[in-house]
Design a protein around this ligand. Structure first.
Ligand SMILES: [Zn+2]
Length: 342
């Protein structure tokens, strides 16, 4: 009953904001004040954007609803309902916002920020908005910086990217179906090779300072998925949607970072159907089937037994068959029981 009232409130009390392109939504989170406080305001804005992005990327927005250019979502971090945020667009621009966390006030909250981030990424990655499938190129910039700074090299063209991808697939061990399956299951032996590229800890990406882990050694300090991010950059350069879908499936199945939940959206948006016969719908279905064939739980070296996988849970919430959900919950509950009684 309380929920019902909340929704009624934000539907009526939307605050108008200056019409702002979705891609420039961060302008809406700037604040005015004396110039002596410029640095403090800048820091607060950066913090808010980072937290909003984290909230979105960890899959904390649930019950996404949209109609007539108005988007609503519940923010549910760690399973706790926190607020319900609404963003209204007009002619493709953000024109109004509201959140139940600050009723009746000007709005610069993390929940609205998270909804804006989702709209922002959707615009960047949604194939259906354009005439051809867009393969996300998010990792390419990171990879270019890494290659340039550390190895004094760069990927000139698609041909080079294609050849580099073949080499990387071979090194990582994802160049045949059986090995790829083992990666999905977490039963590969790559760890025995260690991480033999130079260490890169001094060049952490400013926009992504909550991931990768700044304390992590070597590649993972700069590239969120280490070798796989290098491979991702190559696939982006080649615009290879099949290979990219395999990589995204792997990120979801392994779910090492809570932020891996964002690949559920990216997979879906990359494979949104642009035209009939583009193969995207079939590829999405095949990828989902493979992911749901077995519960994709997380294994850790430090903790006994299978652990919850945030990214996979997000996938199950959106696409899960009853059977896949039951299998997954069964394994997690059994593991929790065994752990408690051990
Ligand atoms: Zn809020």
């Amino acid at each position: 009953m309380i929920m019902w009232h909340r929704k009624q409130t934000d539907a009526r009390k939307l605050f108008d904001v200056p019409a702002t392109k979705v891609g420039e939504f961060r302008l809406l989170f700037k604040t005015d004040g004396p110039s002596s406080e410029l640095q403090a305001r800048f820091d607060a804005e950066a913090r808010l954007l980072r937290e909003g992005r984290r909230m979105y990327e960890r899959g904390y927005l649930r019950n996404w609803r949209e109609s007539g250019g108005t988007y609503q979502a519940d923010a549910v971090p760690n399973g706790e309902m926190e607020a319900s945020a609404t963003v209204r667009t007009r002619m493709g621009k953000i024109a109004g916002m509201a959140c139940t966390c600050t009723p009746g006030e000007a709005l610069r909250c993390v929940h609205i920020c998270a909804v804006c981030f989702r709209l922002f990424y959707r615009e960047r990655y949604c194939s259906a908005l354009h005439r051809k499938t867009i393969v996300p190129y998010e990792a390419s910039g990171m990879v270019n910086r890494y290659l340039g700074n550390r190895l004094g090299t760069y990927i000139r063209d698609e041909e080079t990217a294609y050849e580099t991808a073949i080499g990387l697939e071979h090194i990582i061990g994802v160049d045949d179906e059986r090995q790829y399956e083992r990666w999905l299951e977490g039963t590969h032996f790559i760890h025995s090779m260690g991480n033999c590229l130079p260490s890169v800890e001094e060049t952490t990406d400013m926009d992504t300072d909550h991931w990768p882990d700044p304390d992590a050694p070597d590649l993972t300090a700069d590239l969120p998925h280490g070798w796989f991010t290098l491979l991702e950059g190559m696939y982006g350069k080649c615009q290879d949607k099949e290979k990219m879908a395999r990589l995204y499936a792997l990120y979801i199945a392994r779910g090492e970072l809570p932020e891996d939940a964002r690949y559920v959206d990216r997979l879906r948006w990359m494979l949104s159907t642009v035209k009939l016969n583009d193969g995207n719908a079939e590829l999405l279905q095949a990828t989902l089937r493979q992911l749901m064939a077995k519960p994709r739980v997380k294994y850790s070296y430090d903790i006994d037994g299978p652990q919850p996988n945030n990214a996979y849970e997000c996938l199950l919430r959106e696409y899960g068959t009853q059977e896949a959900i039951d299998d997954y919950c069964g394994i997690i509950e059994k593991s929790a029981d065994e752990f408690t009684h051990a």
